[in-house]
Unconditional design. Structure first.
Lengths: 144, 250
């Protein structure tokens, strides 16, 4: 039904600021997980700022950098790093999981000839590449 | 008729000539095991309160008219069995994220405008004469878009999408899925005409992938998939046009 907005008195319901927690008396887990995923960016950004600061301290000499590293062993900083790691893992997991959406059977983006690669292969390939890249970086950091 | 049970149905009512904001009204309805929420609403209208307004048509999940919030979730009321809610109360509201016109009837003007904007029809640069026959298509070409063509414009995905609720400029799940459906159609040549709507900030880039649109879709269209596919295709095309500006295709 097309309405004349000039003459029709409609009512627009307000949206609660806590819609992701409780919307019209109901908890929707997916809304909550979505907002949690958005929140992961904050922790990833904070970690990056900290990391850039650490690199900056390298320019100030070994003493400044060692003092920074030692200060990071305090309980609150360890807690922050654990939380940031968990959020980064969750963000990466959901982001790579998205790859299956581009690869639904029959109309996927990655094809070999006319055959679409199964979404599960794309997801496993993404997660596999993620794990390999993580291992390579960890190996370089721990051995060099 | 020994299988009759009684269930409470609370309906959000809005009578613009009488009140400035919606109120609630509860009805007690005797129902049979095979009744859906829409049957209860029709029973209320026919036997208890003829002033109750709501939309419905086919009663078989095809027309997309009877979408409402049932206990907080966007549902086709013709497919929501009362027995699944019994003995609890059922709360019926108009689809959220849309203005209410009266009772359970929403104003769908915004959706209709957006649907029209994506040009959900086959566009040809030049129509061939009828004498040359149909535009043929292989089963594989049909498979590319068939799922997205199942959309019945019920707008449940708009009610499920918090992005649309918060940012009304968002073109929205169903309209983008339908635009994508025609972009994938081998007979269509209108991709570029749809791009300024679909690939805009208010189009696919407004979507933050909550994914709820695909969860509530009664026809398994998966609009979230259409949007993510379009994001990749648009990015790939833009990159190609930067690297190979001479290779632009319609």
């Amino acid at each position: 039904m097309m309405l004349d907005s000039e003459t029709t008195k409609t009512y627009t319901r307000p949206i609660s600021k806590a819609w992701w927690l409780r919307d019209r008396g109901h908890f929707n887990r997916r809304y909550f997980m979505f907002l949690l995923r958005e929140l992961t960016s904050v922790f990833v950004a904070l970690y990056v700022v900290l990391f850039i600061y650490e690199i900056f301290l390298l320019t100030k000499g070994p003493d400044a950098h060692t003092a920074f590293r030692e200060s990071m062993s305090a309980g609150p900083w360890i807690a922050f790093h654990i939380i940031a790691l968990l959020f980064a893992l969750y963000h990466s997991y959901t982001w790579l999981g998205l790859t299956t959406k581009m690869q639904a059977a029959g109309r996927g983006l990655v094809k070999i000839g006319t055959k679409t690669l199964p979404p599960i292969l794309i997801a496993l390939g993404s997660y596999g590449a993620w794990i390999v890249a993580t291992c390579v970086i960890a190996y370089l950091f721990l051995t060099l | 008729m020994s299988d009759l049970r009684t269930i409470k149905i609370t309906v959000l009512r809005y009578r613009p000539e009488e009140e400035d904001a919606p109120t609630e009204q509860t009805y007690e309805v005797e129902f049979r095991d095979d009744w859906v929420v829409l049957d209860a609403l029709n029973h209320i209208k026919d036997h208890i309160d003829g002033t109750l307004s709501f939309r419905w048509s086919c009663r078989m999940g095809v027309c997309g008219s009877c979408g409402m919030m049932v206990n907080g979730e966007p549902k086709l009321t013709c497919a929501a069995m009362l027995r699944d809610y019994y003995p609890n109360e059922v709360r019926v509201e108009p689809l959220v994220n849309f203005p209410i016109v009266r009772d359970l009837v929403i104003d769908m003007t915004d959706f209709m405008d957006k649907l029209k904007a994506v040009k959900p029809w086959i566009i040809r640069e030049e129509e061939k004469p009828v004498s040359e026959g149909e535009y043929l298509q292989t089963p594989d070409q049909l498979k590319d878009y068939k799922q997205f063509s199942q959309c019945i414009n019920c707008m449940l995905c708009y009610a499920a999408c918090p992005v649309y609720g918060l940012e009304h400029d968002f073109v929205g799940p169903a309209a983008i899925a339908l635009g994508h459906r025609y972009n994938l159609d081998s007979r269509d040549e209108g991709n570029q005409q749809r791009q300024h709507v679909i690939a805009s900030k208010e189009g696919i880039w407004e979507c933050t992938y909550v994914g709820e649109c695909s969860v509530v879709c009664p026809k398994h269209v998966d609009p979230a998939e259409a949007i993510q596919q379009t994001k990749v295709a648009t990015t790939t095309n833009r990159f190609k046009s930067l690297v190979m500006p001479w290779g632009n295709k319609k």
